[in-house]
Design a protein around this ligand. Structure first.
Ligand code: GAL
Length: 680
């Protein structure tokens, strides 16, 4: 696809969600916005996200004049519009006249009008109404000079359990399994007498019905993803044909402010349907439960996941210039943090920093959510000035836009596995912590300034020297085969406890640990001991003892080299960490949950063997993160409240200051430098 305007855009995108529809009675505010957009050094605005009741105040009556004016004004100043379809929330007349569009929850209760994403994705009427408004928007604006990209709906989420959705789910199941016998086998039907003898007996999981049939739960989650994607595909049909050159995105999100991947939809699948990934990132900076570096590493992880979904630069569609309104405590950013946190997005491959929201709304729940323009309308206040500074900084480093990140290390994250593992009634119900465990492994690489791709199991592994695949409890035979091929051809693979228990329909593998894994790792996992929160074991690795907690796999060695043994309990002296030469590669198995000190010692050896250390860093600092983007650009970021220094191999130009770098590089608290080295 030829992507004209977006391809021609040489600037980073800076701006955000703009809701002129809330201010149509305040022409002086709309006028002021245009003035302030320049002063804030912003260039891109997302319009129309929740504007349906203004665009179509009555059924079939459309008002576009206000949107024409705003788009024209933005075009006149050389700005961009990311134009949204308004399906995230709908007008009251629609719910009143067509109650079928209302969502039904898991308790089978029909919801009232209100909120967002409170509609049925199956409803033919909802689909028809969305298609009409989307088509009107596409017809009117497809060649508008300001149009840069389409923003489909807003943060798709949730699920509907109405009769129409039950029927669609049954069709989905039928399509997948063809026969009821196959369904009963996949879902282990006779358990609690759950054999189904008629397609109509299949129901979505429900707290007033069945929640314990794991195969059903897993397929329901897959169905919800497929149904959401199907709704999205329905939304973009006319848009795609009327504006084939305009890229399409929909904004993804993270789950909670722990910044773990969004739990309810498989974004690995969704990513294949969007032209560019965009997502909304709201870290709780300056919180009281972790250090700034701890949080920054999690932000790095999730940005690397969303970048890696398409292996190309992505967009931050929403972030906040100060605080949000939905954390328990909505703290504003300390001086310096806005520039630092904005630059961190770019360091991990974003081509934008866009905000929610341009202007604070006057009423309702988001009136105190951070915004570029506050109720005071004052361009001199601290937040506005911070935003303007980010805009000016983006201009100075625009040569980096579009550059990719070349990682030799991959960590595998799998949505299916996450769902199955969360369901598993066994092990420690509260201690599984799958995404968090990946973040703990990631931390080593963040601390050592080594780029990482966070990928899904279906992605290509051949470009990686090291693949880390912790806790793949659900592992398909295809994934086993893929990991074997990868390792055989010279790759280094790291796996852990809670790996290889169930297949793709959440049925346990029979006859012990799968033979494929025994061949690959040279061991057989016999049991998993689950520890209470206060219990510990320890392992001895390279002459030192390290605490382990939560999980200890009890392993029989078959052909591996034992790198560490347990020191306690009835399995003392048995293998806890092993290494197995397989083909021309090596497969490591870490049998227990360790802390960062073990991971540090373990990965130090691997990084040494594979020569993966960042050659630019001569002496780093754990709170200073360095990310390379493209061939010779480095973001150097001090995520601490103290001054730090690092030594690097070659000098360069500090692009933000337009001055040569010093050696060592001195970093003030929260300082960020963007450096172009002279060797490229
Ligand atoms: C996002 C949403 C925005 C706004 C924001 C507040 O999840 O897309 O519309 O509500 O949160 O942080």
């Amino acid at each position: 696809m030829e992507q004209k305007r977006y391809d021609l855009e040489k600037r980073f995108l800076h701006g955000g969600d703009y809701n002129p529809d809330q201010w149509l009675d305040y022409p002086e505010i709309l006028q002021k916005d245009l003035e302030l957009m320049d002063k804030a050094n912003t260039n891109t605005f997302s319009l129309g996200i929740f504007a349906w009741s203004t665009l179509e105040p009555e059924e079939g009556v459309f008002h576009f004049d206000w949107l024409d004016r705003v788009m024209d004004n933005i075009a006149q100043k050389g700005g961009n519009v990311i134009l949204a379809t308004p399906s995230g929330a709908r007008p009251a007349w629609l719910s009143q006249k067509y109650p079928e569009v209302l969502r039904t929850n898991g308790h089978r209760e029909k919801m009232l009008h209100g909120g967002r994403h409170n509609h049925c994705f199956s409803s033919p009427i909802y689909r028809e109404k969305v298609a009409i408004i989307n088509r009107k928007l596409a017809e009117r604006y497809h060649d508008h000079p300001a149009l840069l990209m389409w923003h489909i709906s807003n943060e798709y989420s949730g699920e509907c359990h109405c009769d129409l959705c039950q029927e669609n789910f049954r069709l989905w199941v039928k399509n997948k399994y063809q026969t009821l016998e196959a369904v009963n086998q996949a879902w282990w039907g006779p358990f609690w007498s759950h054999t189904v003898t008629d397609w109509a007996q299949i129901e979505s999981p429900s707290p007033i019905g069945e929640m314990q049939v794991h195969g059903l739960n897993l397929d329901w989650r897959r169905f919800v993803t497929d149904q959401t994607i199907d709704f999205y595909e329905h939304e973009i049909k006319d848009i795609r044909s009327l504006s084939p050159n305009v890229p399409i995105t929909t904004n993804f999100m993270a789950d909670t402010y722990d910044l773990i991947p969004f739990q309810s939809l498989d974004y690995g699948k969704f990513a294949k349907h969007v032209d560019i990934i965009s997502w909304d990132c709201y870290p709780a900076w300056h919180n009281d439960w972790e250090t700034t570096a701890d949080l920054a590493s999690k932000v790095g992880f999730i940005n690397d996941l969303y970048r890696s979904l398409k292996q190309q630069p992505f967009l931050i569609m929403e972030s906040t210039p100060s605080g949000v309104n939905w954390h328990d405590v909505n703290k504003t950013k300390r001086p310096g943090m806005h520039l630092l946190s904005s630059m961190q997005f770019l360091a991990h491959g974003s081509d934008s920093n866009l905000y929610f929201q341009w202007r604070k709304s006057r009423g309702s729940s988001e009136k105190f959510h951070g915004a570029v323009v506050d109720h005071d309308n004052d361009e001199h206040n601290r937040v506005f000035q911070d935003v303007a500074k980010v805009g000016a900084s983006l201009e100075k480093i625009k040569e980096i836009k579009g550059k990719n990140i070349d990682a030799k290390v991959a960590i595998i994250y799998d949505w299916d596995n996450n769902w199955a593992l969360n369901d598993a009634q066994g092990f420690g119900l509260k201690s599984k912590r799958y995404p968090e465990t990946l973040q703990e492994h990631y931390r080593y690489f963040w601390d050592h300034d080594i780029s990482v791709d966070v990928i899904t199991p279906d992605q290509d592994l051949s470009k990686y020297q090291l693949v880390i695949a912790p806790m793949l409890y659900l592992m398909t035979k295809q994934t086993m085969e893929k990991l074997k091929v990868y390792t055989k051809k010279g790759g280094t693979l790291v796996s852990t406890y809670l790996t290889g228990y169930v297949n793709e329909t959440d049925l346990a593998y029979l006859n012990g640990w799968p033979q494929e894994l025994k061949d690959l790792f040279g061991i057989a996992v016999k049991e998993t001991d689950t520890l209470y929160p206060k219990q510990k074991n320890n392992l001895s690795f390279a002459g030192k003892n390290y605490d382990v907690h939560d999980y200890c796999s009890i392993v029989e060695n078959q052909a591996a080299e034992v790198l560490a043994t347990y020191q306690d309990d009835f399995y003392a002296q048995s293998p806890s960490v092993t290494k197995h030469a397989f083909g021309t590669g090596e497969a490591y198995y870490i049998g227990a949950r360790t802390t960062g000190d073990f991971l540090g010692a373990f990965y130090d050896q691997i990084i040494d063997n594979l020569d993966l250390a960042n050659p630019w860093i001569e002496q780093g600092h754990l709170a200073v993160s360095v990310q390379q983007r493209g061939h010779n650009h480095y973001f150097v970021m001090n995520f601490s409240e103290e001054s730090q220094e690092i030594r690097v191999a070659s000098e360069g130009i500090d692009l933000l200051k337009n001055a040569p770098t010093s050696q060592p590089i001195q970093m003030a608290p929260y300082e960020v430098k963007v450096i172009r080295t002279t060797d490229g």
